[in-house]
Write a protein that binds this ligand. Structure first.
Ligand code: IPE
Ligand code: IPE
Ligand code: MG
Length: 254
């Protein structure tokens, strides 16, 4: 676990240690409300949200986060009006074309998680290109959850396992938690230590359902496009104070 000193408090010289999650999840919510407050179309909120993802990547890279998983489009977001869905798809393509040089500078490897196979061809092509050209970068992994649903991911894992049983490669009695986890979209990515949800909603909205079993949750009223370094640091401060017991006892009680 990365540990950093953080700031001098009220001019006081005492330094506290800040625990940095190795694996962080962020539900990028609140773009629509951000736009509404400014009497702008929702698409302007999504654009501001995409801009802010750049800043989050930089800040997380500097803090020493190793895996940053961001929720960009859920399997349920297809229920939005066609023009909003198509604005989100266009923004997705634009983001990875326009910002890849900056991601490169930050040493960020890009990966995608979700039902990528069923996305339109031009989106699939962006995913493939983005993963291919960044695979040598090793400072941090940015995992973009796109057309992602936690339930769909678990269903997909079950289907792969059922196929192995059908082929005679696996016995039903040998199926355990590790079998399910190994057949999720990105089994090598560690479960998130912390999940941040801006914009006040207190729910996961189908994000990383299996992986979040023991994630710490932190909710902020700040809308995603406004969520900056200050809020991120606040989340890490809260995370630092959490007592992660994983069903066991605190260190002091052992
Ligand atoms: C998050 O912002 C972006 C996506 C879900 C794609 P929203 O569009 O959900 O913003 P609110 O929740 O309406 O404010
Ligand atoms: C979750 O936000 C999905 C993303 C941020 C991509 P939503 O806005 O879709 O979630 P609900 O509808 O408020 O639960
Ligand atoms: Mg929302």
């Amino acid at each position: 676990m990365a540990i950093l000193g953080f700031g001098k408090k009220n001019g006081n010289e005492t330094e506290e240690t800040l625990k940095i999650p190795v694996s962080l999840g962020v539900i990028m919510d609140g773009n629509g409300r951000w736009a509404k407050k400014r009497m702008l179309p929702r698409s302007a909120g999504h654009r501001a949200g995409a801009e802010n993802l750049k800043a989050l990547c930089r800040n997380c890279g500097n803090y020493g986060v190793k895996y940053l998983t961001v929720y960009a489009f859920s399997t349920e977001n297809w229920n939005r009006p066609d023009d909003e869905v198509s604005a989100l798809m266009d923004l997705f393509v634009e983001f990875f074309d326009r910002y890849d040089p900056e991601l490169e500078q930050e040493g960020i490897r890009v990966r995608f998680t979700g039902d990528i196979e069923n996305l339109p061809d031009r989106i699939k092509a962006v995913c493939k290109k983005g993963e291919e050209r960044s695979k040598h970068r090793d400072r941090m992994q940015l995992i973009v959850a796109f057309n992602y649903g936690g339930r769909r991911e678990i269903v997909n894992s079950c289907q792969k396992i059922a196929q192995m049983v059908k082929n005679g490669d696996l016995n039903v009695e040998d199926i355990d938690e590790k079998t399910i986890a190994d057949n999720l979209y990105l089994p090598d990515v560690p479960d998130p230590d912390l999940i941040i949800r801006p914009s006040g909603e207190q729910r996961l909205s189908n994000f990383l359902l299996w992986e979040s079993a023991y994630s710490e949750l932190w909710v902020s009223d700040c809308l995603w496009p406004d969520f900056g370094l200050e809020e991120l640091t606040e989340a890490f401060r809260a995370y630092t104070r959490r007592d992660r017991r994983f069903g066991g006892l605190s260190k002091e009680e052992k």
